[in-house]
Design a protein around this ligand. Structure first.
Ligand code: NI
Length: 153
């Protein structure tokens, strides 16, 4: 069984860096994807970005109940609408905030075989994708939140 990775928390510089694009999808990247997925599930998160496990690369995993999306070099190529919703982040435990996001997005990325994939999502899926892709540019939900409070856990 794959061990869960350590999640870094607010204050770690890696969370504020611009992540590098993945140029070669090798064994190490696939192992990272496996570890990120495992870590997301064990933490009961709906998404996780590589900088949250200390790796400054453009990789995210998301699962909003439709199976795992593994996204390498993801880019939002289309977005529309607006929706306010509550978010939290595994790197900022105990904090929740209301964030305005696009209601629908289309994301283009590579899968672990290096093939182009396009994912269209709305609601929680759209929110999770925007939140995780923000991480790759060093942006945290607290930067965008209009209201922030303690999260009961
Ligand atoms: Ni987060």
């Amino acid at each position: 069984m794959m061990a869960a990775l350590k999640i870094v928390e607010l204050g770690e510089p890696v969370l504020r860096q611009q992540c590098r694009k993945v140029t070669v999808i090798n064994k190490k990247i696939k192992k990272l994807l496996d570890g990120m997925r495992e870590t997301m599930y064990r933490s009961n998160g709906v998404g996780l970005a590589a900088p949250q496990v200390g790796v400054s690369k453009r990789i995210v995993v998301v699962d909003v109940g439709k199976g795992v999306w593994e996204l390498i070099n993801p880019e939002i190529v289309f977005q529309e609408g607006e929706e306010m919703g509550v978010e939290g982040c595994l790197s900022i435990p105990g904090v929740a905030g209301e964030v305005n996001r696009a209601a629908r997005v289309r994301v283009r990325a590579l899968d672990r075989q290096g093939r182009q994939q396009v994912i269209t999502a709305e609601g929680l899926g759209a929110r999770a994708l925007q939140h995780e892709i923000d991480h790759l540019d060093g942006i945290l939900f607290i930067d965008r939140a209009v209201k922030i409070g303690r999260q009961e856990s």
